[in-house]
Ligand binder design. Structure first.
Ligand code: D5M
Ligand code: FE
Ligand code: ZN
Length: 484
């Protein structure tokens, strides 16, 4: 193959062609003789009458035979970027019906968490709720289940937990444990230690979430960058078009910061790319485009200005025209055909697990952050990374059932964070925040929509026009500000 490639390059040079170094790199990386032959034949034919026969990387990418473009996409991806979709639960999701479905979801949640814990050394000491004898021999017992209720009485608390054998009310007296229990979300899975008092009352001694282990992320060796964004809200009067164009101009300006720009391989949009229609009462008054297809068409036109060597990943949020209950399927082709026709765009569900250049990434729009922030004392919109951290510790993306963020009933709870991500990316709150927890980079990406009247009423001042760019070899974040 190497000899073949040398002969091809020689043939081009003999025919008076000049090869850009990037084009040369690309040819070096294409390992399919058939594709190479097609490209070279086309280049020679197309440029035979040109005075300066220069070949750029773009020439080669554009000259891939169109019938083979999708088939060959994998080749291009392997050269420029390495995108692997690990798990996309919104695709082909089977839901259950009504109250039965809700019960099945909780049974599945409990069973999946027990399986997740089964490799941990102290798993064997977890007892079922119905087998806990109420003897008051001060022996510490251990059990696990889902938090059904938290009642606060003065400075005490009663937690009701449920497993598939029964329900137990546990009294929390210790102030430090009450504090810890305050940070536990309803319907999430907990592991507790307790003792029974003389009168048979269960008293809480410790409370723990499933949590993620401390881990060293497997990063890529060379610096490769990924841009993480969300909440463009195209179609809204408040979409910051000029700021977004300023970002596009920066990306295409070869004279500055090219050492970073040349290595940007991914552009991730974590939902709310468009404002949608009929999302809240009176939205029409705040829209420029009242047709969702037009909104996606504008999005595609903007994304076409991004170099096509960058892989673009798009998931839906609560403004996109797909079902609101999680997991959400990818935005359908009937609304966004232009995006589907772009070779460097991949449409995915919400949430989704991907691997970019070997780095494990969980992308989730973040609707449940509203519920987490409003239910935990001290949490706020401007520190959304703390709410995301609690989701990681709870190992669940949307534990609270029946709140603002809805979950589809199912026999398989797909919102459990079963794989530990190296990067956990969300949006939705329109405020930029980040943290690092046990080796995982937590990132909330801000927005491209100026403050709406609704956010004004809520006291939300959004962070706008900022692109967080992550070095996938270090997990360091560079924030580029395009605010005008
Ligand atoms: O959400 C934009 C912002 O508004 C985000 O910070 C959450 C907040 N938000 C959205 N809906 C609600 C409700 N119903 N109550 C409180 N706060 C909310 P977006 O998804 O872009 O509309
Ligand atoms: Fe949004
Ligand atoms: Zn949103």
């Amino acid at each position: 193959m190497i000899i073949y490639k040398i002969s091809i390059v020689k043939e081009l040079l003999d025919n008076g062609f000049q090869l850009d170094p990037e084009a040369f790199e690309l040819i070096k990386n294409i390992d399919n003789k058939e594709i190479l032959e097609i490209i070279i034949t086309k280049i020679i034919k197309n440029k035979e009458n040109e005075l300066i026969k220069n070949i750029s990387k773009k020439d080669i990418i554009n000259l891939l035979p169109s019938s083979n473009k999708n088939k060959n996409k994998k080749n291009i991806i392997e050269i420029n970027s390495m995108l692997e979709v690990i798990k996309d639960p919104g695709n082909n999701f089977i839901s259950s019906e009504g109250l039965e479905g809700f019960k099945e979801l909780f049974v599945s949640r409990y069973n999946k968490f027990m399986k997740l814990l089964s490799t941990r050394p102290d798993f064997y000491s977890i007892e079922n709720i119905n087998s806990l004898s109420k003897s008051s021999n001060k022996k510490i017992r251990k059990t696990a289940g889902l938090v059904m209720e938290k009642q606060i009485q003065n400075d005490k608390m009663i937690i009701s937990i449920d497993d598939d054998t029964g329900m137990l009310d546990v009294l929390v007296l210790d102030k430090n444990i009450v504090k810890k229990a305050n940070n536990v979300l309803l319907d999430s899975f907990i592991i507790i230690e307790l003792i029974f008092s003389k009168d048979g009352t269960a008293i809480l001694k410790s409370i723990n979430l499933p949590d993620i282990p401390e881990h060293k992320p497997i990063l890529c060796k060379e610096p490769v960058y990924a841009i993480f964004t969300s909440d463009l809200h195209i179609g809204s009067k408040n979409f910051l078009y000029n700021e977004f164009i300023s970002f596009i101009n920066w990306l295409n300006d070869k004279n500055s910061e090219s050492e970073i720009k040349n290595k940007i391989k991914y552009f991730v949009i974590a939902g709310d790319a468009v404002d949608g229609i009929g999302v809240y009462p009176g939205q029409e008054d705040e829209l420029i485009d009242t047709n969702v297809n037009d909104q996606y068409s504008k999005l595609a036109d903007l994304l076409k200005l991004i170099p096509n060597t960058i892989e673009i990943l798009i998931i839906p949020g609560n403004h996109d025209p797909v079902r609101q209950a999680l997991p959400q399927p990818p935005i359908p082709k009937k609304y966004a055909s232009k995006l589907y026709n772009m070779n460097n765009v991949t449409m995915l569900g919400n949430p989704v697990y991907v691997r970019l250049h070997g780095v494990n990434i969980l992308i989730y729009h973040g609707r449940s952050l509203d519920d987490v922030i409003s239910s935990i004392p001290g949490f706020s919109y401007n520190r959304s990374a703390l709410a995301m951290k609690l989701l990681l510790k709870s190992r669940h993306l949307s534990p609270i059932y029946g709140a603002r963020s809805s979950v589809l009933p199912s026999i398989n709870d797909e919102l459990i964070i079963s794989d530990v991500p190296d990067i956990f990316h969300s949006g939705h709150v329109h405020m930029l925040d980040s943290d690092n927890y046990r080796g995982t980079l937590i990132l909330n990406s801000g927005s491209w929509q100026s403050q709406t009247s609704f956010q004004d009423k809520m006291g939300i001042v959004p962070d706008t026009g900022i692109m967080p760019i992550v070095n996938l070899s270090t997990l360091d974040i560079i924030t580029k500000n395009f605010k005008i």
